[in-house]
Design a protein around this ligand. Structure first.
Ligand code: GLU
Length: 446
């Protein structure tokens, strides 16, 4: 029945294109007094710079984005009025290749958040060993309030405003929170109209009909599953003997729940912005999807106990997968987390200070730059296929994705073991180290 079909045009939170749109509301999850994403990103960089003895000049260079564009995005509403929203596109670093990263539509988008997300993209691409730098973009807008035509006009205007920054050799946007393949198609079309010919390689996460890659839609979730399996193997645990809790039942978390369930894990808790579901004997994602399709939320599903998002984070389980927004595990709840390990499907869900508490308590964290890199890895495959105009099978995509991520995991794990680091420190070390090496190899202009 209605499984989450990531290749079928689902919105960022699992909504079907043109259907009811939901929004991840950070206030349901986030403690506003927690460290911001930007503070967390900077603290992570500063820590690893110290650990690895990074040259001060390179450290300083990496603390700020290479360039940041703030744009005003005016567009016509269906009633004839004009709406204006602030948009952003940030390139954190482009030393290893074109800037790469998603575009999110969310009321809380601001320059600092986009800077943090762009920095994480730099490390993510470097850890995965794909030849991109880091970027991110977004518009501070409540997507739920826009009709489809308004969404399209806003997207096309935003694309034209960031036009000087994007292009297949400069910066390749992709979907992120509340953006999807239809939005990528509009950006590709707008860019192509300016160029006078089709340029599929300007965005990834496009529909397959216009140069998208098979497997891109579910790639982030698939990568999360591979990274959970790698961590289970390292801990000597079997796939079928563990329980998993997933916070955020959207594009990434929803499909991850399905994949993990199908692989034999017991998914005992899931949540969306309205609330959480728990069943110690395991949940059936297909049945939840059917309920969600009718009710518009997972809440109210009969086969589970209701709980809050905050409670879900603290349940007794083996694997905790935060798959919603930044800053959900903070100094306020890190002491109460009971999972054996956390796998960060979202970007920045654990703040810097909370990460330390988890570490002291022996709870390992598979960090976001590794755990959710599946999306950008298949984006890389999509870009390669577009440039070569030669397309791969879904099996080829999934096999190569698995190979890249498992290899990256082992590199991180080995370095962590060799130097006595957490997996996050090791991943940052590898990511920052590769970017620093590229800087030193290229030299400083002029
Ligand atoms: N938005 C995704 C991320 O945070 C994917 C980025 C991409 O594919 O460029 O990793």
């Amino acid at each position: 029945m209605q499984a989450v079909r990531p290749d079928a045009g689902l919105g960022a939170n699992g909504a079907v294109n043109g259907d009811v749109l939901e929004l991840e509301k950070p206030d349901h999850y986030v403690d506003a007094s927690a460290e911001s994403a930007w503070e967390t990103a900077l603290a992570q960089l500063d820590e690893v710079a110290e650990l690895m003895g990074l040259a001060p000049g390179v450290h300083e260079l990496l603390r700020s984005p290479k360039r940041a564009l703030i744009v005003s995005v005016p567009f016509r509403m269906d009633d004839g009025s004009t709406s204006v929203h602030q948009g952003y596109r940030v390139h954190h670093n482009v030393t290893r290749g074109p800037a790469k990263g998603g575009i999110r539509y969310h009321p809380s988008v601001d320059l600092d958040e986009v800077k943090a997300l762009a920095m994480w993209m730099t490390w993510k691409c470097a850890v995965a060993g794909i030849p991109f730098g880091g970027a991110k973009g977004g518009i501070a807008v409540d997507r739920r309030k826009l009709k489809k035509g308004e969404l399209e006009r806003m997207t096309r205007r935003y694309a034209s405003e960031i036009l000087p920054l994007i292009g297949p050799e400069r910066d390749i946007p992709a979907p992120d929170m509340n953006t999807d393949e239809e939005i990528m198609a509009w950006i590709m079309d707008t860019y192509s109209a300016y160029q006078g010919h089709s340029v599929p390689g300007v965005v990834t996460g496009k529909p397959v009909s216009i140069g998208g890659s098979k497997g891109r839609g579910g790639a982030t979730s698939r990568g999360v599953m591979y990274m959970i399996f790698s961590q289970l193997k390292a801990l000597g645990l079997g796939i079928e003997e563990v329980t998993v809790a997933i916070q955020g039942y959207g594009k990434v978390g929803g499909f991850a729940a399905q994949l993990l369930h199908d692989a034999g894990c017991q998914v005992v808790a899931i949540s969306d912005v309205e609330g959480a579901l728990y069943n110690a004997n395991g949940l059936d994602p297909e049945a939840i999807n059917r309920h969600k399709h009718e009710a518009g939320t997972v809440v109210g599903y009969a086969g589970a106990e209701a709980m809050s998002n905050a409670e879900l984070l603290e349940i007794d389980c083996d694997v905790l997968v935060p798959a919603a927004v930044e800053g959900v595990i903070t100094v306020k709840n890190a002491d109460a987390i009971k999972a054996r390990f956390v796998c960060e499907a979202a970007n920045g869900p654990v703040t810097f200070e909370a990460d330390k508490i988890l570490g002291e308590r022996g709870i390992s964290v598979v960090p976001d730059v590794l755990a959710n890199a599946g999306g950008v890895v298949v984006s890389y495959f999509e870009w390669v296929q577009d440039i070569q105009a030669y397309f791969w099978s879904a099996e080829e995509v999934n096999d190569r994705l698995r190979g890249i991520l498992e290899n990256a995991y082992l590199e991180v794990r080995d370095l962590a073991g060799a130097k006595g680091l957490t997996m996050r420190q090791a991943a940052q070390w590898i990511g920052v180290g590769r970017v620093a090496e590229a800087h030193l190899t290229r030299g400083l202009f002029p």
